[in-house]
Design a protein around this ligand. Structure first.
Ligand SMILES: [Zn+2]
Length: 212
């Protein structure tokens, strides 16, 4: 995860906002030189993406995710992240909006923000405060378990993570790699309700086809 820390100033609180119009040159550490030969990389660090969700196109990748069970990235949440969420930039990931709802953060990655047609590349959720999320009426226990499991699988996609799967209980299947998976308490794998396959990593889910 260290490679994702592109921001200077380690003391910056996670909740700090970069508002439209702020001197964003400090975010990426790049200062515009007044020579007129500004590269697009520099522009990305300097021009914050618009706060108007209407301006954004959706990538096919994101459209597909919107329809997946257990993804929890909805258009209304994504829109509110763009309108009023935190906005951060870093070298490896580009611009990201983030908003926290009842202990769960929605992160929205955007691209082409230095052009006239910015796009929402993808969006996902992560539990940042399990206690708040679990006691919230906004999220069911299954929601929280599913989000935590997705995060655990995505953090090290190539690695089997039975230890991360074992404590999770997800009785309503969610979609990953075209499989529909569930997991029981104390079991270190995911089971596909369609093909019966057992999986311990994200890459396994993506590399083995589901029988329809
Ligand atoms: Zn399957």
């Amino acid at each position: 995860m260290a490679s994702r820390r592109g921001e200077p100033g380690a003391g910056t609180a996670p909740g700090s906002n970069v508002e439209k119009g702020d001197p964003v040159t400090t975010v990426g550490g790049n200062n515009r030189r007044g020579g007129g030969s500004v590269t697009s990389d520099h522009q990305r660090t300097e021009v914050p993406p618009p706060r108007d969700p209407e301006l954004y196109a959706l990538t096919d990748h994101f459209r597909e995710r919107l329809s997946q069970e257990g993804r929890y990235a909805s258009i209304p949440t994504v829109s509110s992240a763009i309108i009023e969420g935190q906005l951060r930039w870093n070298q490896s990931d580009g611009w990201r909006f983030a908003t926290v709802t009842e202990g769960v953060r929605t992160v929205v990655a955007v691209g082409d923000t230095d052009t006239g047609s910015p796009v929402i590349v993808t969006a996902w959720t992560e539990v940042v405060n399990p206690q708040t999320a679990i006691t919230s009426r906004h999220w069911t226990a299954t929601d929280v378990e599913t989000i935590r499991l997705r995060t655990a699988l995505s953090q090290s996609p190539e690695t089997s993570v039975p230890g991360e799967i074992r404590p999770r209980v997800v009785e309503e299947s969610f979609e990953m790699g075209h499989h529909h998976v569930t997991t029981e308490a104390g079991v270190g794998y995911l089971s596909c309700t369609d093909c019966g396959g057992r999986f311990r990593s994200k890459s396994a889910l993506h590399h083995r086809l589901c029988r329809d």
